[in-house]
Design a protein around this ligand. Structure first.
Ligand SMILES: Cc1ncc(COP(=O)(O)O)c(C=O)c1O
Length: 420
């Protein structure tokens, strides 16, 4: 592999952290399916427990297959250290918990993935942790919500399902002005479209279950530490032992040592392996997702049965200028929402699709659809659904990489059927 960073993203995503010379020539990483590892000497294991070596001890702590994926993701996101976990929600909850103490607050964009929203507004509240939710694109509101108890700012690169795109560079400037780190869930954009650390963010999170894998065969999450935040003692006194031990990697050490290990959010090495198989094709898949999504969005706009389409790539979309700049002209992602007449029409429409899968996931190479109002958000009260822009007439489409004509033909025949 040429020097890290010296090759283009399409090459890097395939070759980063590849070491066939250490894998008996295998072009794919080995799966180390073992709960624990043998150590040759008592002194050696004692040193490893003391953190003086990076040898593996026990799968809940580290695993050689997981470590390869950690290295890959650090390279792809431009981070200094990554901790792989069992799911995207493990990454979200562990990262936030590592940043918070009882009574602390944080500011988050209100355009949040459903479980993240429930964690922030339900579970965290019971533990005395307050999420101040603001419009992610309203920089004045973000600044106003910061106070002495704030510990970080949290954003999603592309809000799900609101499809809004916050300006990460400007948000990180606000965060840093107040001595706070910016945490970004980059699941929907992936490092193909956006590298939040390059824009000033400090921590990046992923559900690797989605685009990074792309095949829907594996679950996983990742916490990536940019290694540039200084964790000033006045606001982060609890970081002192981690700074003493790991310097710039204090956060990665804290999230791993305090939370990942003790909450037991272990990633099964098979899932890391499957994720890496998918990762090889991320760049070409994203190109195709993006191209197909724009075409499908434009097609839906032309259909009289469709009341509205929400996709940041459409002319006139409020997030289009930010997305265009932030994503370097590479496009606007693979997810869109659109409206039909009402919930009944949405259900009829889903039931008549022939190619598109009806299921709760996104970022798969197959095109997926869901009616969020009556599924993921069914237990939310009306006010909450409204604040999250989850309306009865809304469908969410995760546009896959099939031939776009086939996706549009399937949508078209289901739309035709509505008037029968
Ligand atoms: C933006 C975002 N973050 C986090 C998650 C949670 O990921 P997982 O399902 O892997 O726990 C999801 C899942 O859909 C998501 O869309």
């Amino acid at each position: 592999m040429p020097q890290k960073g010296s090759v283009r993203f399409h090459t890097q995503v395939i070759h980063a952290a590849q070491r066939p010379q250490d894998w008996q020539g295998s072009t794919l990483p080995p799966i180390f399916q073992t709960a624990s590892h043998v150590h040759q000497t008592a002194e050696g294991l004692s040193q490893t427990f003391a953190g003086q070596t990076t040898d593996h001890i026990y799968m809940r702590l580290t695993n050689p297959t997981n470590r390869i994926l950690e290295e890959k993701l650090s390279i792809l996101e431009g981070g200094q250290a990554t901790v792989i976990m069992s799911s995207g929600m493990a990454a979200v909850s562990n990262a936030c918990m590592a940043l918070l103490r009882a009574g602390d607050e944080f500011v988050a964009g209100n355009s949040l993935f459903m479980s993240t929203y429930l964690l922030f507004t339900g579970v965290f509240q019971r533990y005395g942790l307050t999420a101040r939710l603001v419009e992610p694109t309203d920089e004045e509101a973000i600044e106003k919500a910061i106070n002495d108890k704030t510990r970080f700012i949290y954003m999603e690169t592309i809000g799900n399902p609101k499809m809004d795109v916050p300006d990460l560079a400007r948000t990180s400037e606000i965060a840093h002005r107040y001595g706070l780190p910016l945490v970004v869930d980059n699941t929907l954009a992936t490092p193909y479209l956006c590298r939040p650390l390059d824009l000033g963010a400090d921590i990046v999170l992923h559900s690797t279950t989605k685009y990074l894998s792309g095949h829907g065969a594996a679950m996983g999450g990742a916490v990536i530490d940019g290694g540039n935040f200084s964790w000033p003692e006045e606001r982060f006194p609890d970081f002192k032992p981690f700074l003493d031990r790991k310097g710039p990697l204090a956060f990665a050490d804290k999230v791993w040592r305090e939370h990942h290990i003790n909450f037991g959010t272990t990633q099964a090495p098979l899932h890391s392996y499957l994720t890496m198989i998918g990762l090889d094709t991320l760049a070409v898949r994203m190109e195709r997702h993006i191209e197909n999504a724009l075409e499908v969005a434009r097609y839906l706009m032309e259909r009289p049965e469709v009341a509205w389409v929400n996709y940041p790539g459409l002319e006139g979309h409020s997030s289009r200028p930010t997305a265009e700049r932030q994503f370097g002209g590479k496009g606007f992602g693979g997810i869109l929402t659109f409206g039909l007449e009402n919930q009944k029409t949405c259900h009829r429409f889903i039931d008549s699709l022939k190619l598109i899968y009806h299921l709760a996931n996104l970022g798969d190479c197959k095109t997926l659809i869901i009616h969020p109002y009556s599924t993921q958000y069914v237990s939310f009260d009306e006010t909450k659904k409204e604040s999250l822009s989850v309306t009865p007439d809304m469908l969410r489409l995760s546009v896959g990489i099939e031939a776009k004509e086939d996706i549009m033909e399937d949508l078209g025949q289901a739309l035709d059927g509505l008037s029968k």
